[in-house]
Design a protein. Structure first.
Length: 67
């Protein structure tokens, strides 16, 4: 599955790389929401996908912090 590969990639990254990915995903989410509000967004499912990716990144960060 696509998400399993994404999670495996996240597990191999360092904490700094994860933080950078998190910031980039949050910026992308902001841009998607802005486009949606101005009726410029074609693929609204991308918002849900980015939100889930943010949650996945945050989960991996917290798992690494506990370890």
């Amino acid at each position: 599955m696509k998400s399993n590969k994404f999670i495996e990639e996240l597990m191999t990254k360092s904490a700094d790389e994860l933080q950078q990915d998190l910031v980039a995903a949050k910026k992308e989410l902001f841009n998607l929401r802005f486009q949606n509000a101005t009726n410029q967004l074609d693929n609204t499912a991308r918002i849900k996908e980015v939100r889930k990716n943010i949650a996945r990144i945050q989960t991996v960060i917290s798992q690494k912090a506990r370890a």
